[in-house]
Design a protein around this ligand. Structure first.
Ligand SMILES: *Cc1c(COP(=O)(O)O)cnc(C)c1O
Length: 455
């Protein structure tokens, strides 16, 4: 790797963005050396779950000699066993019979409905509008200081991750979408809510928007004094670093970032990186350098995913490379309770071990990272460890973020369960009848239970 990352970038550096979708899947899986039957099963999965890659992912990130085991291949390509076998067989039959699009879609929708398309009450958390009638579409205000905003034009990504918890919005079913084109409402909302210090643009990937559209969302926020930071949640550094280097609006985009910084706000670039292989091209290093030159801070985060990044060595290498490039490790997430979760889930006990082993092996500069963290209905729940209290083996947990700020940062306990993969698999420990974020059960109207807070 060159030290300057300036000259001779990757061969696809100057090429225009080109997406590959389900119609290219057969050709691409043939390149991975899969048989006819395996390829049909993968196409069957792709009738249900979204698929999209691009020339950079294909040419620069995937090691085709290692496919289908290559982690970036697994990160982006559907796998035959991601859905129950009966569903795959049914969809494969429809494909084999040359069923109509609407027939395929009807069957696919039935499968999707069983995959918890909207985890953690995502649809219910819309903010009520000032009129008190319709919810403000495309906005989520769950924690007092931060508002999530989903720009209407940012509802796709440069490529899709197979494990994405927002998969439902990419499958082209209008009633599963979640979006907003209403920056005026966002501005009005922020003026009424000075406690909101951070707006997080998310999607999809906001960096799919060109500079012209993105600036129409971002510029009006620069006038809001109470706002301290603007965050952009994006996978573009991993999937299309050209966005910041050689795309026609790359320079204009960086000027926009500079204007945010000049306005006295933090521009926090929340970069989704899933695997160290995403840091191997010269192009991504050049993109990181250019973004950091604007004064923006890049923080990195990803979920822990079985068969893609479920080892401590992988995470330690990833955090090391990030710190080396001046990025700040932020969150390790637990895979959410949606889509093919059974396929990707890492048990909480194992997730904690991976986190701890990786954390123990990196310098303090990388220990800005927190996790493993579950973004669940009550808030972000962090698994701090496994220990024994009064002879009982327990998980120690705390809320990093909570709808009720009073619950933040207070340790609580759950019975140790080697197989638990999500919050709802856990049970209160040490005689407690409920978790701190739950109402006391009716048998105990006084609320004076032996809760973890009393220990
Ligand atoms: C994670 C998250 C945020 C931001 O939380 P931080 O801990 O500040 O990064 C805001 N809203 C929702 C709904 C989230 O899940």
């Amino acid at each position: 790797m060159s030290l300057t990352h300036d000259a001779a970038l990757s061969p696809s550096a100057g090429r225009r963005f080109r997406a590959y979708t389900a119609k290219h899947l057969d050709e691409l899986t043939a390149r991975a050396g899969l048989s006819d039957n395996e390829r049909l099963a993968i196409r069957a999965v792709a009738t249900v779950l979204p698929f999209r890659v691009n020339s950079y992912v294909i040419d620069e990130l995937i090691d085709w000699s290692a496919a289908p085991d290559d982690p970036i291949y697994r990160l982006t390509f559907p796998q035959a066993d991601m859905l129950p076998q009966s569903d795959v067989a049914r969809m494969a039959d429809l494909l084999r019979q040359g069923a109509s699009r609407s027939e395929i879609n009807r069957a696919a929708n039935e499968v999707r409905a069983r995959l918890n398309p909207h985890p953690a009450g995502q649809m219910e958390l819309n903010v009520p509008s000032s009129a008190g009638a319709d919810p403000l579409e495309g906005m989520q205000h769950k924690y007092p200081e931060t508002v999530l905003f989903f720009p209407k034009q940012g509802q796709t990504c440069h490529a899709y991750c197979t494990y994405c918890f927002r998969w439902a919005q990419f499958v082209g079913e209008p009633d599963l979408k979640f979006a907003s084109g209403e920056v005026d409402h966002l501005v009005a909302y922020l003026r009424r809510h000075p406690e909101v210090t951070s707006v997080l643009f998310t999607g999809g990937d906001p960096m799919i928007m060109g500079e012209g559209v993105l600036s129409r969302y971002v510029e009006p926020l620069l006038e809001i004094e109470t706002l301290e930071s603007i965050r952009i949640g994006t996978k573009a550094l991993a999937y299309w670093p050209q966005r910041f280097v050689t795309d026609p609006d790359a320079d204009e985009t960086l000027r926009l970032f500079e204007r945010v910084v000049a306005s006295g706000k933090n521009l926090a670039f929340m970069a989704h990186f899933s695997h160290p292989a995403e840091m191997r091209s010269d192009l991504v290093h050049e993109a990181v350098r250019r973004i950091r030159d604007t004064g923006a801070v890049i923080r990195t985060q990803a979920p822990l995913i079985r068969t893609i990044n479920d080892s401590a060595a992988t995470w330690a290498e990833m955090w090391r490379t990030h710190v080396r490039s001046g990025m700040v490790p932020y969150y390790m997430f637990v895979e959410r309770d949606t889509g093919p979760q059974d396929y990707f889930a890492v048990p909480l006990a194992r997730a904690y071990e991976i986190f701890r082993d990786a954390y123990a092996g990196v310098s303090g500069l990388a220990r800005t990272v927190r996790g493993p963290s579950m973004s669940a209905t009550p808030g972000k729940v962090c698994v701090d460890g496994v220990t024994e209290v009064a002879g009982e083996k327990v998980f120690v947990l705390h809320l990093i973020q909570a709808r009720d700020p009073d619950l933040v940062g207070r340790p609580f306990f759950a019975k140790y369960d080697e197989k638990a993969v999500w919050l709802f698999d856990l049970e209160p420990a040490l005689g407690a009848t409920h978790f701190p974020y739950e109402a006391a059960p009716p048998e105990d109207p006084s609320g004076l239970v032996a809760g973890s807070a009393n220990l």
